[in-house]
Design a protein around this ligand. Sequence first.
Ligand SMILES: Cc1ncc(COP(=O)(O)O)c(C=O)c1O
Length: 404
Amino acid sequence: MLKNLVAQRVNPDVPSALSGLFVNDPDPHAISFAAGSPNERLFPVKEMQRAFNTAIEQQGAHLFQYQSMQGNLNLREKLVARIQKWGHVTTTADNVLVTVGGQQAIELVAKALLDPGDEMVVEVPTYVGALAAFDLYQPTYYSVDLQADGLDLDELEDTLKRHPGIKLLYTVPDYHNPTGITMSVAKRQALVTLANRYDFIILEDSPYRDLGYANLPLPAIKSFDTQDRVIFVSSLSKILMPALRTGWLVADGPILDAILKVRLASDLEANGVIHAAIANYMEENDLDQHVNVLKDHYRQQCTAMVAALENDFPEEVSFTRPKGGFFDWVTLPEELDAAALLSQQVIPQAHINYVPGTNFYPGRDVHNSLRLCFSGLSPAEISAGMGRLGEQVKAAVREVRPVL
Ligand SMILES: Cc1ncc(COP(=O)(O)O)c(C=O)c1O
């Protein structure tokens, strides 16, 4: 059996929790709230085409040469200016690594920091792609609940006292995937204080930070870092285009050195042709103006989804009210299993798709929640789809909680 030759940590009998997550449903009648993709109708295709042409015209053959392990310097300088302006992080281009999406940044951090059995904390629920990356390095997970203003810091401190060996904490502080929750500024600061006191590293993953519908981005957790313990990760996937596969991280000192070492072994460097085009795009266009257009669309889509949750769903169901990003998190009564509901009723009867919540927990032990993504649909499609989903949920709730 060739499968026996696969490394045990890859767990070959279990498919990746990420597989299928970014694919749109082939059923023409389906409305999919599953795919966590940005809305491609909003991609600045012409502007990007011009930026690629400029890169080729300006640099010719040299553009296609090996370039830089850390990524195009011009692009790194532009990213430094953005995170200084919007995240209050003071850093330099030497501390930035451009990666193949934010996903690679997470995976490089996992590879650089985690030995099998190492203890780490994740907020729950958490980004399924981060779990997919961490899982390969076999950590011991501790889960800490999310509150309306982010991580429950009392529960975190309790966990840290009981497990003093914890070395890494992963958090998505801004318009969190999958819940849409944002961590308060006070908690960001307090989290860094805890990291200093209990000697762990914070991996701050923030691809949605620019997409607050009515708010400017909050100071990054990294902006409170006094001991080089915070690794900041972001991405251009959600504010430009995901196929550019361009993410980035900011780190310092020995942590940065370790990440650079594993990056060299992984792929030498990311795609310099694309970096040059993005740098040109950012020179020739106002990225913040583009982001404002996105925010306006996503706000209307989110409003349509929350209105439908309020009007079309039974009161036994609870849900978040995001102020930015792509996602809403729905919690059903405990007796219901969101995966079974999806495959047995929602897809066949209503032609609606969503992501059941189980894979967003490291223990895969919570079954009554689901993630809804509204980014790719118009408000009309959202209202229609949510009406159909609401009918199914109502029927399922009435079965387990009959009205007497
Ligand atoms: C929280 C979070 N982190 C990282 C990523 C990775 O995105 P990308 O690799 O496209 O930058 C995603 C994508 O959905 C995400 O939601």
